[in-house]
Write a protein that binds this ligand. Structure first.
Ligand code: DGL
Length: 269
């Protein structure tokens, strides 16, 4: 048993797609979430900046003495985690491995689409890992930089969202992929519109949800589940306005989070 908390972070709301699934899969666990809302988006930044932000986010979560850190951000998982994982004496889990594992099992025609931020697509990490499973897989990647601001502003299902989805996904749809990795953890919040556009025969892989399943397996294997449910089981921190995070985060998680969100100065870490 290990009653320490699980630390999870993302640039904003997107990582809540992992949190929601961790709450379902691991209902006894305590979660500390950090959304770097003051510096979102990460996906359009240089690798140097993404590395700096990722290190700071990990250092902040380490102040809670957590047992594992989940990088619920495709950008930090692909553009930073491979370089920094040995710098910290704590297990750190990113979203790429888990999403790739699910995608290579889901595809039947070996055509996989990958959408993510510019940083993620530029890193080539998804494509690299898919090809490591099977060199015959065809991978069609596309950066969708406007998806993150749509999500952060609550445009989950608007006519504007539908137009932008069509604009970004047309080529991938025309290639006939049967599996599409939502390689940025913000994108599952647009899942309904994306699924409608791609059609029901295309399997969408939610990278946030997949990392939660991976985490469950890891805690099972290491027998390090929590046995005690804390009074403050879920705590949320942001680096900018608390109220919009409470509102949109609460809608997405389908639970009241008002009063549980605190603002911190991430530049100190
Ligand atoms: N949700 C993040 C990701 O998975 C970051 C999006 C962003 O900040 O650009 O890539």
């Amino acid at each position: 048993m290990n009653n320490k908390s699980i630390g999870v972070f993302d640039s904003g709301l997107g990582g809540l797609t992992a949190v929601k699934q961790i709450m379902n899969e691991l209902p006894n666990e305590n979660i500390i979430y950090f959304g770097d809302t003051g510096r979102v988006p990460y996906g359009t930044r240089s690798r140097e900046t993404i590395l700096k932000y990722t290190r700071g986010d990990i250092r902040f979560l380490q102040t809670f003495d957590v047992k594992v850190i989940v990088i619920a951000c495709g950008t930090a998982s692909s553009a930073a985690l491979p370089m920094i994982k040995n710098e910290f004496d704590i297990p750190i889990v990113g979203v790429i491995d888990a999403a790739v594992y699910a995608a290579v099992r889901a595809t039947k025609n070996k055509k996989i689409g990958v959408i993510g931020t510019s940083g993620t697509i530029k890193s080539g990490e998804y494509e690299k890992q898919i090809k490591e499973y099977d060199r015959d897989m065809k991978v069609y990647s596309k950066a969708c930089p406007m998806f993150v601001p749509l999500v952060e502003n609550g445009y989950f299902d608007s006519p504007v969202t539908k137009l932008i989805v069509e604009e970004y996904l047309e080529d991938i749809r025309n290639e006939g992929v049967d599996t599409l990795i939502l390689g940025c953890t913000h994108y599952p919040l647009l899942e309904k519109v994306i699924q409608e556009y791609m059609g029901n025969n295309v399997v969408l892989i939610n990278s946030g949800a997949e990392v939660a399943k991976y985490l469950k397996k890891k805690l099972d294997d290491e027998m390090s589940h929590s046995a005690v449910i804390d009074e403050n089981q879920y705590r949320y921190y942001v680096s900018d306005d608390v109220s919009s995070f409470e509102e949109l985060g609460g809608i997405f998680l389908e639970r009241e989070i008002n009063g549980q969100v605190n603002k911190i100065d991430i530049e100190k870490y």
